[in-house]
Design a protein around this ligand. Structure first.
Ligand code: CP
Length: 307
């Protein structure tokens, strides 16, 4: 089975059937990571370039582990160690990488749309590992996998996404993804961190965290992206935590079987209290584990077998 696409650039361009195929494939590949020898020969002879133009711990590591578990050869480069620091353009860099005939290029970039532009330049498959404030499709897929694994379904669930919505590619991709799969999504955060007209995606907005938490089946907390906020959009971390942070106190209004999620990295004590992040409702590390399975599934579905 394959996805009849060259690239994975955003959730918008995936159909519900394709999302289900990716989640089902990830479910079946997840078991490989529990074996004593965590490797299958599926992508032997394939070459995958990981090109991260922005920092990453989870996405980069899990893409590399996913490729290696499928026996692909991997090369990893970052902007700071590439000839981009000497003035080479991104397009020229990628054309040069393409000349070495890789099968896929995984790219993270601070500019929204960079993976889309590169996908038009190269024959290799391009997977968007996060572009600016625009999209993070593999994060949304691993989040949907985690919720489906824990709840048995996505359809009809109430998903609250809380925090710095304005700067979050995770919020955008998850809103589109969960809505596409039949869940209800509510967005919450301070007015300064909610983009105007975000409701057009189909998710209502509230400025009151308690309203979003109440009756939620899933709560996805977002990091405040201070590196993208100029000037800062809140007076102090302490005030942010008291009005918009998830704590054991405001979590009391949530359902008994709520799932607490966070894409990471976490600002402990700011958007989420440490005892909530590490508490019984948290599935944050399950998200990380499922990140490997989702990325294995995508590589398998794009590169496995003849195109
Ligand atoms: N969730 C996520 O994208 O984390 P990293 O920035 O560490 O890859």
């Amino acid at each position: 089975m394959k996805i009849e696409k060259k690239d994975i650039l955003d959730i918008e361009s995936l159909s519900t059937e394709e999302i289900e195929l990716i989640l089902d494939t990830a479910d079946s590949l997840k078991e490989i990571s529990t074996r004593p020898i965590k490797k299958v020969p599926t992508l032997r002879g394939k070459t995958i370039v990981h090109f991260f133009h922005e920092s990453s711990t989870r996405t980069r590591t899990s893409f590399e582990i996913a490729a290696k578990r499928l026996s692909a050869d991997t090369v990893s480069i970052s902007a700071s160690t590439s000839s981009i620091v000497k003035g080479e353009t991104l397009a020229d860099t990628v054309r040069n990488l393409e000349a070495m005939n890789p099968d896929a290029i995984i790219i993270r970039h601070s500019a929204a749309g960079a993976p889309h532009m590169l996908a038009r330049l190269v024959r290799s498959s391009v997977i968007n590992a996060g572009d600016g404030m625009h999209a993070h499709p593999t994060q949304a897929l691993l989040d949907m996998m985690t919720v489906r694994e824990k709840k048995g379904r996505l359809h009809g669930l109430r998903v609250a996404i809380i925090g710095d919505i304005a700067h979050s590619r995770v919020a955008r991709s998850n809103t589109v993804g969960f809505l596409k799969m039949g869940a209800h999504v509510i967005l919450a955060g301070p007015p300064t961190m909610i983009p105007q007209r975000i409701e057009v995606l189909g998710a209502p907005v509230t400025y009151y965290v308690e309203e979003a938490i109440k009756n939620a089946d899933v709560i996805i907390m977002l990091r405040i992206q201070k590196e993208r906020q100029q000037p800062f959009l809140f007076p102090s971390e302490r005030e942010y935590a008291s009005y918009y942070g998830l704590t054991t106190e405001n979590l009391a209004a949530a359902r008994d079987d709520v799932l607490i999620m966070h894409p990471g990295p976490i600002n402990r004590g700011v958007e989420i209290a440490p005892e909530v992040a590490d508490g019984p409702y948290s599935v944050i590390l399950d998200q990380v584990a499922n990140g490997v399975a989702i990325r294995m599934a995508l590589l398998y579905l794009l590169l496995g077998g003849p195109r």
